[in-house]
Design a protein around this ligand. Sequence first.
Ligand code: CTP
Length: 421
Amino acid sequence: MAEQEEGSAIRGPKRIVVGVGGGIAAYKSCAIVRAFTEAGHHVRVIPTESALEFVGRATFEALSGNPVHTGVFTDVPQVPHVRLGQDAELVVIAPATADLMARAVAGRADDLLTATLLTARCPVVFAPAMHTEMWEHPATVANVTMLRQRGSIVIEPASGRLTGKDTGAGRLPEPDEIVALASMLLERSDALPRDLEGRRVVVSAGGTREPLDPVRFLGNRSSGKQGYAIARLAVQRGAEVTLIAGATAELADPAAVDVVHVRTAEQMREAVMKHAPGADAVIMSAAVADFRPATVATSKIKKGADEPDSIPLIRNDDILAGLVQARRDGTIDPSTAIVGFAAETGDADGSVLDHARAKLARKGCDLLVVNAVGDGKAFEVDHNDGWLLGADGAESAIEPGSKSLMASRVLDALSALLTQD
Ligand code: CTP
């Protein structure tokens, strides 16, 4: 499970309420409860009566290590209908059914969960799950809008297989994804504003693989986690997101993101260039190979007399520089914001920041996200820290934390850039 993401800035165990609505996806809430308890948090599960039709009370009690009630008349001296909400530092409702959200909007307090929602003053996350028709119904749309206006976070549901043969928007995002988003709110409670509503964002992520023969390739250690975190968060901040995904550590497609899978640098370039026109921003977080083998053998290269002494390489196009050029040429909109990433190490010629400043100038992008690499930093791990450099000379440090937290800082800077236009 992701997460309390390694290196996150969450200090100490937190008091988390997991509310469970009565839908088939209730079984996925077990993984969410488990992830929070394994991260050391104190978890109280509050199901609705109908949630217990799907998952038994004993399961929630065993996973959370705490008693589980649905009504307000159990344990009355402890005043749980007030205390649980008041004490909570995070409330996550998964699945949030149409009915549960309607009751929350109406301010009902007819069971322990809705009463808790009225007393909670911490971040509240609703992770909806329902049939597409229910999700798209004007009543639900209005309820979601109202919950957001009141400061709750309503996660965009995933598309895909629903109960039975139905497919469409309304699926509960994977537990890992919900836990990662919710955990980030413990690091930074204001990390999920709807400030990218109406924006189109293209994000590239992962590494590229440059074939050498039918079985071998040149690759790199990029896991794709940082770019996936950006894509996942941008969608939850209201953007329409296309993720151009190279090779990753077998990451699941993020909910509600349009994912285009590619392998080579050339395929990535084509996909980025295809989707960039009309985008408000392109974020190049992919680790694109600078070189590829000059020739690709059609059959496996064997040991023996014909084995090569060396492998000649040729340069791949620089996609980021190509985007900047396309913006100058007018092939893509002049207002498109272009964000680059730089993985740097300091050396005799200069510090990480010296190299990064030179790269920003060389690449001509609007924003450069800088990671210090080496010593096991940045690659394949769940945490990151670095700097944000703006073409206008602005420089800020990004505090150590999870990749979700870093993604939120990148999107803050992007959002500020887009509103300047
Ligand atoms: N990048 C790209 N196309 C390439 C290589 C890199 O678009 N062929 C992008 C990356 O996605 C990243 C940025 O350029 O946003 C910087 O990548 P990095 O590998 O740090 O820089 P390089 O241009 O390869 O510079 P160098 O290897 O000389 O440090």
